[in-house]
Design a protein around this ligand. Structure first.
Ligand SMILES: [Zn+2]
Length: 278
């Protein structure tokens, strides 16, 4: 009979995996996290059991407000900086800002990215990507040479007022052709969302959002090319292993899987992230 280690080896990815979309456990109420040290340990152990070796991490603040204050964004960012300091080989921190406060957001990006070494910017649901409040934020991200991860979804029940559709993200990408934009939630954006961003070469899609569905990752790769799709889990909302199976279970060659699991993120992150193409 195979040992547990042998069984695990059969389901691990064919190369190291970098997850571009992870939140601290402390952002979500079912997890009773009592310290940042415990958060780091539990998240890293869960990731590594699934074969995920590095993660881009961003906090939405423990209370997850849709319209966070400037102070709440700062608290969220200070938390992921502590995570990075506890495990610098594992966490690649992104700076969370709210486009309702464009000037303050630029100052926060300069603090977190320029001074503290964060490697990306995260935008969620306070304002749609068509909102002019995003423009100074994206301009500063370009100046700091970091990608922006923008939440997007197309909900059958209707989006939140400030929640971007893929079409909104395409609008943002056309306003800022030099920006590198990771649009979150492939399965939430669905095939129509893939079409809406297909002619924006500076939009990349992460594989998070919703359950694994047969054929969706293959469709994204066929329509956008193997260099514009990245593995992202949205852990702990989805388990690393479940979301990894979207890539491992897709009908793709191992060389294409390597692009999705590692190389595409390595090309999008700034050189100081220390993540090289393999
Ligand atoms: Zn998320």
């Amino acid at each position: 009979m195979a040992t547990l280690g042998e069984l695990r080896a059969r389901v691990l990815p064919p190369c190291p995996a970098l997850d571009v979309h992870v939140h601290p456990l402390s952002c979500f109420s079912p997890y009773r996290i009592e310290s940042v040290e415990q958060d780091v340990r539990c998240l890293r152990e869960a990731a590594q059991r699934s074969g995920v070796t590095k993660v881009c991490v961003f906090s939405l603040h423990p209370t997850c407000p849709r319209e966070p204050t400037v102070a709440q964004c700062q608290e969220a960012n200070d938390y992921v900086l502590r995570m990075r300091d506890l495990a610098p080989d594992f966490f690649l921190p992104f700076c969370y800002v709210n486009p309702m406060y464009p000037g303050e957001s630029v100052v926060e990006i300069r603090r977190c990215v320029g001074e503290e070494g964060m490697v990306g910017v995260k935008l969620w649901v306070s304002r749609r990507a068509t909102d002019p409040g995003l423009d100074p934020i994206v301009g500063e991200s370009v100046a700091q040479d970091v990608p922006i991860l923008q939440h997007a979804w197309r909900k059958t029940t209707g989006n939140l007022e400030g929640e971007s559709t893929p079409g909104d993200v395409a609008h943002l990408a056309r306003r800022h052709p030099r920006a590198r934009i990771i649009m979150a939630h492939l399965n939430g954006c669905n095939p129509r969302g893939i079409e809406e961003v297909a002619d924006c070469p500076n939009i990349f899609i992460d594989t998070s959002g919703g359950d694994p569905e047969r054929g969706v990752v293959e469709l994204a790769v066929a329509r956008l090319g193997a260099r514009r799709v990245l593995y992202g889990s949205d852990a702990p909302i989805r388990h690393f292993g479940v979301s990894l199976a979207k890539v491992l279970g897709a009908e793709l060659s191992d060389s294409v899987r390597r692009e999705l699991l590692w190389n595409n993120a390595a090309r999008l992150l700034p050189a100081r992230a220390g993540v090289g193409v393999i």
